[in-house]
Write a protein that binds this ligand. Structure first.
Ligand code: CO8
Length: 381
């Protein structure tokens, strides 16, 4: 495994977080699901009685909080999700001349990141959008955002599920190190709610919508008083079917329901938990060793936010008895799992208080499997 020591000093000079205005508590979500399930069971009573169809079991807010740590989630639109007759968000189609929803979310987060970094559109040479799902194939959402913000240069989209944010940050670092861009705007608009099966009690509670953005640039062009120097990056993928969505453009040619249950997010959550926790902890340990650091010297871990028990386990493996919410902050209680954005939300909300010279790790882990990490250090300029 090569050590990803950077040939050039690269910093994160600003981040932005756009939070949807609407949220849904576990209780509200469960009430809608249970009303749907009761109706379903009533309507299919004969098949359920005959044993040819499985009844829909009830969901419970207590189970969700205990099993995942999630208490509520932000969504772009509650309407539809909470309607037992609909069980999916209502997001009216926009014309080709309007900014698409995912671009709109991305632009909002991007403006905050640019503002924080003290950057103007003309300072940016590239825009990368990384997300678990993209609203369309082309033109790229990144190019739409590039145009909306008046940025010259190039833009592209990339999808690596839960690691889309860390992997896109790493592509920004590569672009700066190779000299193809002075500064890169990385945007992670996670519009997850349309891909969630709200009629499946095993997964209806897991995800929320959000958008995060980061400005990554050479240390030499950075205009802020302090920034986060990216000391090292590392990425790893291992193929797994345990988290999967088969939604894709070939459904039309396969004569199958393009919106069938296997076309939406589904997973074997237990297996994911068991397999990914040790992988993520070992990945971080190896990365830190390669970067000349040790887990105990890391002031803060901004971990992927899928499940509080997962984060606690990984934090314990890394920090032993010194593990705490202060050193590995949790945001999934109110944001839920936001695809790739969770570690960046945690970084955005819980990094200001650190001192110069403090080191931290941003790390994602999830579908693919994919794991991405960045070792960062707070610096003054
Ligand atoms: N209410 C009540 N009971 C329930 C519910 C519910 N809502 N759901 C399940 N149960 C039941 C189960 O049926 C089971 O019953 P039984 O024992 O009779 O079979 C029992 O509760 C226990 O179920 P589990 O064993 O499944 O419960 P767990 O303790 O494992 O918790 C979790 C389930 C929370 C899903 C947990 O396994 C977990 O979080 N695992 C990790 C998953 C993970 O990290 N996945 C990553 C996915 S994210 C990602 O990679 C990005 C993809 C792209 C994002 C796009 C978004 C659309």
């Amino acid at each position: 495994m090569s050590e990803n020591k950077l040939p050039r000093s690269v910093v994160v000079s600003g981040t932005g977080l756009w939070t949807p205005p609407e949220s849904i508590s576990n209780e509200e979500l469960v009430a809608a699901y249970n009303a749907y399930a009761e109706k379903y069971n009533r309507e299919h009573a004969a098949e359920i009685e005959a044993g040819t169809l499985a009844a829909k079991p009830p969901s419970s807010a207590e189970f969700i909080e205990k099993a995942s740590g999630i208490e509520s989630r932000y969504v772009v639109s509650r309407e539809g999700i909470l309607d037992p007759e609909r069980m999916r968000p209502y997001l009216p189609e926009r014309s080709d001349d309007e900014l698409c929803l995912q671009a709109e979310m991305g632009v909002a987060a991007a403006r905050m990141a640019l503002d924080k970094a003290g950057k103007k559109p003309e300072d940016i040479d590239a825009v990368i959008v990384g997300a678990s799902y993209l609203q369309r194939a082309y033109p790229a959402i990144a190019i739409e955002i590039q145009s909306a913000l008046g940025i010259d240069g190039f833009a592209f989209d990339m999808e690596v599920a839960c690691s889309s944010a860390t992997f896109s940050l790493q592509r920004a670092v590569d672009a700066i190190c190779s000299g193809s861009a002075r500064a890169v705007l990385v945007i992670n608009p996670e519009l997850t709610s349309p891909q969630l099966d709200f009629t499946d009690r095993d997964s209806h509670f897991i995800f929320g919508d959000v958008a995060v953005a980061s400005v990554v640039e050479r240390r030499g062009t950075c205009a802020t008083d302090s920034a986060w120097e990216i000391l090292s990056t590392r990425a790893k993928t291992v193929y797994s079917n345990n988290i999967r969505s088969n939604f894709g453009y070939t459904a039309r040619a396969a004569d199958v329901d393009p919106f069938g249950p296997d076309k939406l997010f589904h997973q074997n959550g237990r297996k994911v938990f068991k397999e990914v926790c040790p992988m993520a902890a070992a990945h971080i340990e190896e990365h830190l060793r390669g970067a000349g650091s040790k887990p105990e010297t890391i002031r803060r871990y901004w971990l992927h936010q899928a499940n509080i028990n997962m984060n606690n386990l990984i934090a314990k493996k890394l920090m032993g008895d010194n593990a705490s919410a202060e050193r590995a902050p949790i945001v999934l209680d109110r944001y839920a799992n936001t695809g790739s954005a969770g570690s960046l939300i945690a970084f955005h909300l819980y990094s200001e208080d650190l001192e110069m010279g403090d080191r931290g790790v941003i790390c994602s882990f999830g579908a693919g499997y994919s794991i991405g990490s960045l070792v960062v250090e707070k610096i003054t300029l």
